[in-house]
Design a protein around this ligand. Sequence first.
Ligand code: SAH
Length: 390
Amino acid sequence: MLPQDFQADLAEIENINIATASIPLTQTSKPLPDLLALERDELKNVVLSFGQPAFRANQIWDWLYRKFAAEYSELGNLPRPLLEKLQGNYRLAPLEVIAEKVAHDGQTRKALFRLWDGAEIETVLMLYSDRATVCVSTQAGCAMACSFCATGLMGLNRNLTAGEILQQILHYERFLINTEDQKLTLGHKRVSNLVFMGMGEPLANYLNLWKAIRRLHDPDGINLSARKMTVSTVGLPQMIKRFGQEELPVNLALSLHAPNDTLRSQMMPISRRYPIAELIEACRDYIANTNRRLSFEYTLVEEVNDTVACARELGKLIKGMLCHVNLIPMNPVPGSSQRGSDINRVKVFQAELTRYGIPNSVRVEMGRDIQAACGQLKVAQDGKHSRLSQ
Ligand code: SAH
């Protein structure tokens, strides 16, 4: 049972809808329940209810989360009656790929998936020499309407289920395991890191997010270390505090993007509801509870939030906190006249932050040529079908 006050917080967050999706979902009949929705003990009970011994649940778990079976035909050594029962009651199917793009350097791949009800989401794989990182979506669309974000243009369709979140990682686990050509995988056989920085606001889908994280962490399954996962949030103070009380040490990144409420409200409407002071207080609470370094993300938009005055104000705001600032020159968004800061402005901004003693780095951009920033591939595809203009 969730504590009452957290239930109230969740209800408040779920009510935030600055931008509702204008594109309706194509309602098809609801499919069977997703096999990936089942927790391990639930799966065991299902297996027992089918008159099969409990160890069969362990075998299935192994197929799903260690061997990455995508559909029933890939589940070996199970008795046929059990398979038939499962198949008749639970759906097991990979996400449907609508489009997949590969950056010209081959190190970034991005997939656009269609879900059972027509909702569309994006997932990105970024390959580096020392890690293979998947950028995961937690909602179809987003309710937060940040001015510089392509997903923000779409509005919110719906929360993803834990199964839909997991499927994105499983998609790229399968790709890495099944692809022999090292030029395509840089030799990676497994996904090593996750960033919840795809479509949507992860903390507005808090319970499904954590259900997925616990499954991803499960040592008998995908077995990803919590420290290799980062959740990025627009900044929902109650949820940030709650995040700091979770058992698993998952990293938190806060999309700050502006050092004062006036500017931040122009870029991020959510700031009108939760002022920066409240946000920073929640961050301090998170740091005190976890003793973990918090990341601040700061997307640099030319002449908007990249001035020396902004850098100084930011320096004063977060000086002395256990934190790191990621500076990200804005990726261009179709239809927007705003531009990312050029490298000289980035360097001046960075130097100012360093003067305040604030650890920082400029995030290397990957996949610009495949619209890898949040929501961009979907917007590009929609443009092709001219759905946004309907
Ligand atoms: N809703 C969450 C996670 C999704 S966005 C959040 O707000 O953090 C992930 C990150 O990408 C955020 O820091 C977001 O501000 C940033 N982002 C969105 N659009 C961008 C763009 N066009 N250029 C650079 N960064 C962008």
